[in-house]
Design a protein around this ligand. Structure first.
Ligand code: NAD
Length: 499
């Protein structure tokens, strides 16, 4: 059985706590490895050595730090197939989707090559008589990231690339469900020229997370995962004085107006609802057609597409739309929610619960499910299902449709499909959600913009990657300077103002 340890001081090391977790191949249901779960002492040691390595890295000029990032991008491209295979094997997503996971992280590394420019401060010459004022952005020191299972390449890179480019040392606590890729990324950073100790990958569960949250050296924590844990990490991290940004779950609505291109909308819903088996925080899980004829036409187009979805292991190559769920618990939970939807009176138009695949009977597969006539009070509407399940909630008017995402507790992403610019503009302006698509179902901002949800999808200030990433991982120092000019005005007793 493969044993996955940690990545400390530039190399793989075995765990010493004696505790491990099983890592599955979700397509076969087999345990393929065991990952070490770090103790408080192991975490403390990783943090101490990161702290020792950080000052020299912060003193390295930003162009040289950026060159490490440049080389890292080359190496990611070189090893793309290997990374995608390792990712699919532990996560279950298809190979093209796994490559997308790596590429969306790689693009943030590319953005970080601009660190020398992004780290420049501001300067005001002659802010007062003989006075100059300037600001600089300095690294925080040692920072940490705690990441989820569903994007084991992209989300760690969203965090450690800007953090390292800014001159910090980074402690990554990835998901224990798919721990191989984060360690492979750390190896590539070393090969790219990152000095040892600056990127430590410490595997673990709640104990490792708590060790990060209570540690006095760590200055900032970036978290992505489910909302209850995001809220917990945010409160505990900020209680110990850390800067924190914690992103949580989602329930993303897509409104379909009567004037939308119905074929385009149906295709968008199938891709965004069922891609990666619905295990994306930007998956569309609620479709809101406006008007009865829109809803009827949509269901008529959607049902055969959902029935025709191709489900299988990543090894089947391009011939698969989505793979298994990540664990047996996830599968049982999602099927249980579908059962509950049926009990609560929603109309299950396509039932994927019975899906089974010859040769992969123990894999964590299920087929796509499509619900019609879902209402606001149902559990399947309120809860993030995180599986291949799309709920249609019918609305009579645009205002009624808009009210649904407006009043939902989550605020990660949303979309509207329409040919009317005025409606689209009104929607983008009034909706209280962080990322909005107009005829685009999954509006994930590119690396040079920023990613973040509102309401219970995001706690703290500043988004991930883009210019916000550089702000989060640095603090501003402002210097007011005057060089002796020979003028002797004597002491000043009122608060200095720039006269
Ligand atoms: P999760 O909350 O179970 O785990 C996330 C991280 O927290 C993991 O590293 C895990 O080890 C750790 N963790 C789990 N339980 C903990 C506990 N009790 N105390 C401390 N740490 C704990 O999430 P997941 O199942 O890995 O990921 C899926 C969730 O992540 C979904 O809710 C999804 O919407 C969300 N997500 C959000 C975004 C976003 O940007 N908003 C992006 C991707 C995923």
């Amino acid at each position: 059985m493969e044993q996955i340890g940690h990545f400390i001081d530039g190399k793989r090391v075995a765990g010493t706590s004696g505790r491990t977790a099983d890592v599955f191949n979700p397509a076969t249901g087999e345990v393929q490895a065991q990952v070490a779960l770090a103790s408080q002492e192991e975490m403390d040691k990783a943090i101490a050595s990161a702290a020792a390595a950080q000052p020299a890295w912060a003193a390295t000029n930003p162009q040289r730090r950026a060159r490490v990032m440049m080389k890292f991008v080359d190496l990611l491209n070189r090893d793309m197939d290997k990374l995608a295979e390792a990712l699919s094997r532990e996560h279950g997503k298809t190979l093209p989707d796994a490559k997308g996971d790596v590429i969306r992280g790689l693009e943030v590394a590319e953005f970080c090559i601009g660190a020398p420019h992004l780290l420049k401060g501001e300067f005001t010459e002659g802010a007062g008589p003989g006075i100059d004022m300037y600001s600089m952005r300095q690294p925080l020191g040692v920072v940490a990231g705690i990441t989820p299972f569903n994007f084991p390449a992209m989300i760690p890179m969203w965090k450690f690339c800007p953090a390292l480019a800014c001159g910090n040392a980074f402690i990554l606590k990835p998901s224990e469900r798919d721990p191989s890729v984060p360690i492979m990324l750390a190896e590539l950073m070393i090969e790219a020229g990152l000095p040892a100790g600056l990127l430590q990958v410490v595997n673990g569960d709640k104990s490792a997370v708590d060790a990060i949250l209570d540690d006095e050296t760590i200055q900032a924590v970036g978290f992505v995962g489910s909302t209850p844990i995001a809220q917990y990490v945010y409160s505990r991290a900020t209680a110990s004085g850390k800067r924190a940004q914690c992103f949580g779950g989602a329930k993303n609505h897509m409104i379909i107006m009567p004037d939308a291109d119905m074929d385009q909308a149906a295709d968008a819903l199938v891709g965004a609802g069922y891609g990666a088996a619905g295990e994306r925080c930007m998956a569309v899980s609620v479709a809101v057609p406006v008007g009865k004829s829109t809803a009827d036409a949509l269901i008529e187009k959607l049902a055969p597409k959902v029935e025709a979805l191709k489900i299988g292991p990543y090894t089947a190559g391009n011939d698969v739309d989505f793979g298994p769920l990540v664990t047996k618990e996830a599968l049982t939970r999602v099927k249980g929610l579908v059962d509950q939807g049926v009990k609560e009176g929603a109309n299950l138009v396509v039932d994927g619960r019975g899906f089974s695949m010859q040769g992969y009977e123990d894999g964590f597969f299920m087929g796509g499910c499509l619900f019609d006539n879902v209402t606001k009070d149902m559990e399947i509407y309120k809860t993030e299902i995180f599986g291949p399940v799309l709920s249609v909630v019918r609305a009579e008017t645009y205002e009624e449709a808009l009210e649904l995402p407006l009043s939902h507790e989550y605020g990660n992403g949303t979309a509207i499909f329409t040919r009317d610019g005025d409606t689209a503009r009104d929607f983008a302006s009034r909706i209280n959600i962080g990322m909005v698509g107009i005829n685009v179902p999954i509006p994930v901002p590119l690396a040079y913009h920023t990613f973040g949800g509102w309401k219970k999808s995001g706690f703290g200030d500043l988004n991930q990657h883009g210019p916000d990433g550089f702000k989060f991982y640095t603090r501003t120092k402002t210097v007011t300077s005057r060089w002796p000019s020979g003028l002797k005005d004597g002491a000043e007793f009122s608060i200095p103002t720039m006269k």
